[in-house]
Design a binder for this molecule. Structure first.
Ligand code: HEC
Ligand code: HEC
Length: 294
């Protein structure tokens, strides 16, 4: 550079570097000062950071990463916080095991822990049938309301979860079997039509009154033993109330006819040997809290 004379570009009035290609000259435009300063600062920051913090092979030839003088390590930090969480969880899980369901519900910390654990276990194991948040589906009862087939008490819910409903392999399972009145020839089609009309008459505005009267007799003889004489159901046998508008399978004539003809007797798995005790307790507390726990 030193040997070239200062060469000012005619057109822009800017000094050139003296480099020239085919008549095109390179202008000597220095980088803006603010830009340079920023650049130097980032370099300085990188060096300081590399010294303080662990870095992935920061310098060639070093082999492993530089540990950094502050002894920070995400790996170590994560391991430590997982350990911490584990111990906390184990302590909470142990407290769940030691407490009764009622105690869990009255202890704020325990209850919060049980709710979180229950919610996640519910999502993993129960939501496939009962829907997210227990909102139910056809044939799978809503758990987020105060209508219960068997029971809505804490202990009762735990029992249902542990032993299931009509779960063959569990001797303590909840059990009842509505007969398949049509299939088994216990009632003929006319009688089933009549009793269907009677059940319809309990909630609908329009129905065949004569058929319903005949159906009421059939009901008293064949159905009242489980659904009660007033058709409000019986929890001992998990027989639903037929006088509310809350249907497990459906309240229209065709569906009721099919229910009486074939029966349903649906299954609920037993979770006693699939889930650990703490999880089952947490689930009971969670389900109890969803809607109308009793
Ligand atoms: C394979 C489907 C299925 C799965 C999975 C399932 N359930 Fe059920 N559950 C049912 C059915 C069907 C019923 C109703 C059975 C009947 O007719 O009495 C039921 C009934 C219940 C009841 C009794 C409700 C009442 O009104 O008395 C509770 C409580 C319950 N389930 C909780 C759970 C929990 C908690 C889980 C997860 C650990 C779960 N269920 C997983 C199918 C399922
Ligand atoms: C041995 C007890 C028993 C007898 C007898 C019985 N039921 Fe049921 N019924 C049940 C049970 C338990 C359920 C619900 C569980 C299931 O089937 O999944 C049920 C369900 C029903 C449902 C479905 C309700 C809904 O919400 O969708 C209807 C309708 C019904 N029964 C009508 C009758 C009629 C009508 C008779 C007489 C002809 C009768 N039941 C006799 C036990 C009985």
């Amino acid at each position: 550079m030193s040997d070239h004379e200062r060469d000012i570009d005619q057109h822009s009035g800017t000094e050139t570097t003296g480099h020239e290609w085919d008549g095109i000259k390179e202008l000597n435009t220095p980088l803006p000062r603010w830009w340079l300063i920023t650049w130097y600062v980032t370099i300085a920051w990188a060096i300081v950071y590399m010294i303080l913090m662990p870095a992935i092979p920061a310098l060639p030839g070093l082999g492993t990463n530089t540990p950094g003088v502050r002894g920070q390590s995400d790996r170590v930090n994560v391991a430590a916080s997982i350990d911490q969480l584990h111990t906390a969880r184990q302590e909470d899980a142990a407290r769940l095991l030691g407490a009764s369901l009622q105690q869990i519900e009255t202890d704020r910390d325990l209850q919060q822990f049980a709710m979180a654990m229950g919610e996640s276990a519910f999502g993993d194991n129960c939501a496939t049938c009962h829907g997210a948040g227990g909102r139910g589906a056809r044939g799978y009862p809503v758990l987020a309301d105060d209508v219960w087939l068997w029971t809505g008490t804490l202990d009762g819910i735990e029992q249902t979860i542990r032993h299931g409903i009509r779960h063959e392999e569990d001797p303590d399972t909840r059990f009842s079997a509505m007969p398949a009145f049509g299939q088994m020839g216990m009632l003929d089609r006319h009688q089933i039509d009549d009793v269907t009309e009677y059940v319809v008459s309990l909630t609908a505005e329009e129905f065949d009154a004569e058929a319903a009267v005949r159906g009421a007799e059939v009901f008293e003889l064949q159905c009242a033993s489980c659904h009660a004489s007033d058709a409000t159901g019986m929890r001992d046998v998990g027989a639903p109330n037929l006088t509310d508008a809350d249907w497990l399978y459906g309240g229209d004539r065709d569906t009721i006819y099919a229910t009486v003809f074939n029966a349903r007797n649906s299954h609920m798995p037993a979770w006693g040997d699939r889930l650990d005790d703490a999880t089952i307790k947490a689930l009971a507390v969670y389900v109890h809290s969803l809607g109308g726990g009793e």
